[in-house]
Design a protein around this ligand. Structure first.
Ligand code: F6R
Length: 606
């Protein structure tokens, strides 16, 4: 999805902007551009990669203030003209924009009627012309931007420069993130901290409706009405090294391989051996309050939602509190009934997913209590919720979520333990779970050692046009996540079904061309799962089984055996081989593993 970078200070802006844009490449984009200010605005923008833009920027592209952008097309095709920044006709104002201006057509028609000539098909160009019209009448650029934004319906994160005020940049946020970076006599801004960490770890997140004026000496932030707001900088504990591939061929493989450490970080300092409980100070809830909830409702999108399904089962099993998960993207639109006795849990790796944020706001507006399970510290969802659990998984760069998925499942195991031990979970069951959690990093290491064999299996199965993933109860969200990973990065069509549902319809699809990945843990449903394998094999279907033991050779063509832990924690370990399978299938099919087509890392639009 689109990315923004801005710089003002003593240094040459262009190299800083280009480096920042490169850091944002992982979000997905189709064109890029920069403007620097130096006795007028100098603009370069191209359809293509940041490397193409860097080639198009001449040596004499000097200026100590500038803004840059990577665009992911929404209004208008990817092209040089539609790339940002967009200029006003007199070339005084330049704007970069993330988000969608919903009333752009109407505003464009009005401006055209007044004689404005548009050079692009984008919604953003409207904003450049609107600001240019107000800037002549206002004393400050900030005022001109605020006035122009009043006529906008939609979402935005923007950065604006004015050639007549070459020492300041105005940025604003509504639904699309903007983070300020504080340097020594220099200021940065970006849509994502990844573009800032090479230069500074001191950041300030803008709230929706906020606007900021940046100069080399610092920044001022303002609420939408114009009142100045006070902001405390946060220190980001991720550094530039976290954003390198670390010698791996792809970020995705690096992030899959990092899971022993990322899980250990999610657990660090949170397990108590004395009472066999979890310490979750960020929930801001005492024991009495923890006991008061009668239900748990979990929301998230995509893989976050599937990890929420694992979470709901953990809460029901360990705490015996009814729990369920629902896609946040659906939940927000169905006028949900908000219950005071329900605890709402929002999950997000990026903390910026618009659908999840909007669902949180809807629940809060109706008086519900929401906690977050979030990876990105200080992100919009983290700021919006009443408390929560940070994953501390480290930045996830590859578009497909892997380590955040498993860390979220761990966070739910901790939450379930926490709730369980104030309800009826016995100390011995608490101990069992604490010990099981402690074993996970080593067990994941053992699964990762099977990488080469899983790569061979991926090659064997990847040339099928379609694959079925099945699992029962704890195995079902694992199957859904396995199918999701495979389809999004390898583009192999994959369906996920509860194994119990197979004979109610999808069994009709099974045959030699449709192999099945079956999630078969050694739990109380083992026999039922083995029966399902028999049904698949009887229809000529090939089976790749992931589980704890080698079944009868008649039941599976291939088996990936994983170590045994507590049955409640099985989904975490069962997920790892499926991540590797999807990764190696994508490599075998020569896909753009880290940046799958049509997808973006954080979906900050509706
Ligand atoms: C799948 C994937 C997406 C995200 C979803 C939510 O691999 O990455 O399905 O899980 O877009 O993103 P976050 O967790 O950032 O809210």
């Amino acid at each position: 999805m689109c990315g923004i970078v801005a710089y003002v200070g003593p240094k040459d802006a262009a190299p800083i902007l280009l480096e920042g844009l490169q850091r944002l490449e992982y979000r997905g984009y189709d064109s890029a551009g920069v403007v620097v200010s130096n006795r007028g605005l100098k603009l370069r923008k191209v359809k293509g990669r940041v490397a193409d833009l860097a080639k198009a920027v001449p040596a004499k592209f000097k200026g100590t203030l500038g803004i840059g952008h990577t665009r992911w097309a929404t209004h208008g095709v990817p092209s040089d003209e539609n790339a940002h920044p967009h200029l006003s006709t007199d070339e005084r104002i330049a704007v970069v924009h993330n988000g969608i201006i919903e009333n752009a057509d109407e505003l464009r028609a009005k401006l055209v009627a007044e004689g404005v000539e548009f050079v692009s098909e984008t919604d953003t160009e409207v904003l450049a012309h609107l600001i240019a019209r107000t800037v002549a009448e206002t004393e400050t650029l900030e005022e001109a931007v605020r006035k122009a934004l009043k006529s906008i319906v939609g979402t935005y994160g923007i950065a604006v420069v004015d050639s007549e005020r070459p020492k300041e940049i105005v940025v604003a946020r509504n639904g699309s993130p903007i983070v300020l970076g504080l340097g020594e006599k220099e200021m940065f801004a970006a849509s994502d901290v990844s573009a800032l960490v090479r230069y500074t770890r001191q950041v300030v997140h803008l709230e929706d409706g906020e606007l900021a004026v940046l100069t080399a000496d610092g920044f001022h932030t303002f609420a939408s009405g114009g009142r100045e707001t006070a902001k405390e900088p946060l220190t980001v504990d991720w550094d530039a090294g976290h954003y390198d591939t670390g010698g791996y061929e792809h970020y995705l493989l690096k992030e899959i391989s990092e899971q022993p450490e990322s899980i250990a970080r999610t657990l660090r300092g949170r397990l108590d051996e004395r009472f066999h409980i979890a310490h979750l100070g960020g929930l801001n809830m005492d024991a009495r309050e923890t006991r008061s909830f009668r239900r748990v409702k979990i929301i998230g999108c995509g893989s976050a939602y599937y990890s929420g399904q694992i979470g709901a089962q953990l809460i029901e099993e360990l705490a015996r509190i009814p729990a369920d998960a629902e896609p946040a993207s659906e939940y927000r639109y169905r006028n949900p009934v908000i219950d005071p006795d329900t605890l709402y849990v929002a999950i997000s790796q990026s903390g910026e997913t618009y659908d999840t944020l909007a669902a949180v706001q809807e629940i809060k507006r109706k008086g519900g209590r929401v906690i977050g399970i979030v990876n990105a510290v200080g992100s919009a969802i983290a700021r919006e919720v009443d408390g929560g659990i940070y994953l501390h998984a480290g930045p996830e760069v590859s578009v497909a979520s892997t380590k955040a998925f498993t860390s979220t499942a761990i966070a739910f195991a901790l939450l379930a333990l926490h709730f369980g031990r104030v309800h009826d979970l016995s100390p011995s069951d608490g101990r069992r779970i604490v010990e099981g959690l402690r074993k996970l990093p080593d067990q994941i290491e053992q699964i990762l050692k099977q990488g080469e064999r899983i790569a061979e299996l991926a090659k064997k199965y990847a040339d099928h046009p379609s694959m079925m993933f099945v699992g029962r109860v704890r195995g079902y969200p694992v199957a859904r996540e396995g199918a999701q990973k495979l389809k999004e990065i390898s583009y192999v069509h994959a369906e996920a079904y509860p194994a119990s549902e197979l004979k109610h319809g999808p069994l009709a699809l099974i045959g030699p061309d449709m192999p099945t990945v079956a999630i078969v843990p050694d739990d109380e449903l083992l026999d039922k799962n083995l029966t399902t394998l028999g049904e698949i094999r009887a229809r000529g279907g090939r089976v790749l089984m992931v589980g704890h033991r080698q079944p009868d050779a008649k039941l599976a063509d291939d088996v990936i055996v994983i170590p045994k832990n507590e049955i409640e924690l099985d989904p975490i370990l069962l997920t790892i081989p499926l991540q590797l399978l999807a990764y190696h299938a994508a490599v075998a099919l020569e896909r753009d593993v880290d940046k799958p087509r049509n997808l973006a890392k954080s979906v900050t639009v509706e």
